[in-house]
Design a protein around this ligand. Structure first.
Ligand SMILES: Cc1cc2nc3c(=O)[nH]c(=O)nc-3n(C[C@H](O)[C@H](O)[C@H](O)COP(=O)(O)OP(=O)(O)OC[C@H]3O[C@@H](n4cnc5c(N)ncnc54)[C@H](O)[C@@H]3O)c2cc1C
Length: 348
């Protein structure tokens, strides 16, 4: 366990905004967790669990302890019927795990290539891309209840996965995810239905590694690399509205895209809504809406978290005024100073 007091977090968030915390504690092995919980220095301070910092926005300094998760681990477990089980430590890099699995010929994770961050955060918002979500490849996870230090296993049902959501997002700071067991099909079938994937393969036979390469190429084309320009990927979730509300919206905007869900509700495109408001490329100082993708907010250089939050609030207000649809942010806003301001779903 490594402890730094009054640590800078600039390098621990992919927006690269300046922020400090009272303590930054890096947990490097499972035994560090009980040691951390017994340490009197941290007993009465608020705690934030942090992986790669690619889905957080620090709008101010954090007055408590940031627990930086660096727990390692990679182990193939006994097969389960038609599936192979892979247990990985929460501190492993997500994309590195994807690449290691596809390069050893195991398919299943390739559509989730190049998502930044660490394994432990993947269940928190049930990461998803190109038609696949973590829940589709998930078997179980081991977490530690930070209230009492007890270990607990979570099955897929226990996690209550939904679109960019899980029980861990609903109970922030309670569960420290220590490891995740992934379930990879032995009989692999590529998912190529997402626009553009098949075209990048250009007639070559699909293998897990080739599909992963294709996804990486498409993502590099579309999304800014946080190493070059600070961002946290999609800043807003796609809002979900009732069928009735969708009909009303279609009546005034016939070209509005919508994806009908199993329960009859409709998922709208947040990017389309923002774009239609003319906000793509908007800049307020160094905080901006990425010119190449309306859903991504970027730090053009020296924006603070508060600057980015102000821009996010402006984008949200503009979309709400034009379409009466509320956008909900995807990243965790830290410190959680404005929970009620942005926590509602996209229903009218
Ligand atoms: C360029 C870019 C592209 C992206 N594309 C996608 C995408 O396609 N799909 C997608 O779903 N996301 C995407 N994201 C968002 C982000 O990468 C994912 O949400 C990722 O899983 C976050 O991982 P992290 O380790 O950086 O988490 P962090 O940002 O460190 O934390 C995110 C949340 O998880 C919690 N958390 C982290 N680790 C643990 C743990 N071990 N136990 C309990 N809680 C924990 C934190 O408290 C916080 O609430 C993108 C981000 C960027 C910058």
């Amino acid at each position: 366990m490594r402890v730094r007091a009054h640590a800078a977090l600039d390098a621990f968030n992919t927006f690269h905004v300046p922020a400090q915390c009272r303590y930054l504690v890096t947990l490097e092995q499972p035994d560090d967790v009980p040691v951390f919980l017994d340490d009197a220095r941290f007993a009465n301070l608020p705690r934030l669990i942090l992986g790669g910092g690619s889905n957080v926005l620090f709008v101010a300094d954090y007055p408590g302890v940031v627990m930086h998760i660096a727990l390692p681990g990679w182990k193939w477990l006994d097969d389960l019927g038609d599936d192979r089980l892979l247990r990985v430590g929460a501190g492993e890099g997500w994309h590195a795990v994807v690449r290691r699995s596809v390069e050893s010929g195991h398919g299943g994770l390739e559509n989730l290539s190049l998502i930044p961050g660490r394994v432990g955060a993947a269940p928190v918002q049930n990461i998803g891309a190109y038609g696949v979500e973590l829940k589709d490849r998930f078997e179980s996870l081991q977490a530690i209840d930070l209230n009492d230090g007890a270990e607990r296993m979570f099955s897929r049902d226990d996690c209550q996965f939904a679109y960019r959501h899980s029980r861990f997002k609903a109970e922030p700071g309670r569960w420290l995810i220590a490891s995740v067991v992934l379930r990879l099909p032995k009989r692999w079938e590529p998912r190529l239905d997402y626009p553009g994937v098949e075209a990048v393969l250009a007639g070559k036979a699909a293998t897990p590694a080739r599909v992963s390469d294709a996804i990486v190429a498409i993502r590099r084309e579309k999304l800014p690399d946080p190493a070059d320009i600070g961002n946290a990927g999609s800043f807003f979730k796609n809002p979900i509205v009732s069928a009735k509300r969708h009909d009303e919206l279609k009546a005034c905007c016939p070209d509005m895209p919508g994806f009908i869900l199993a329960d009859g509700r409709v998922k709208l495109s947040a990017a389309w809504l923002i774009e239609r408001c003319g906000l793509r490329g908007l800049r307020d100082g160094d905080a901006g809406v990425y010119p190449g993708h309306a859903l991504v907010l970027v730090n053009h250089g020296r924006a603070s978290g508060a600057d980015l939050w102000r821009l996010a609030t402006r984008v949200r207000a503009t979309v709400a005024e034009r379409f009466e649809v509320l956008l909900e942010p995807e990243p965790l806003i830290v410190p959680n100073a404005m929970p009620s301001q942005m926590s509602s779903h996209g229903h009218r």
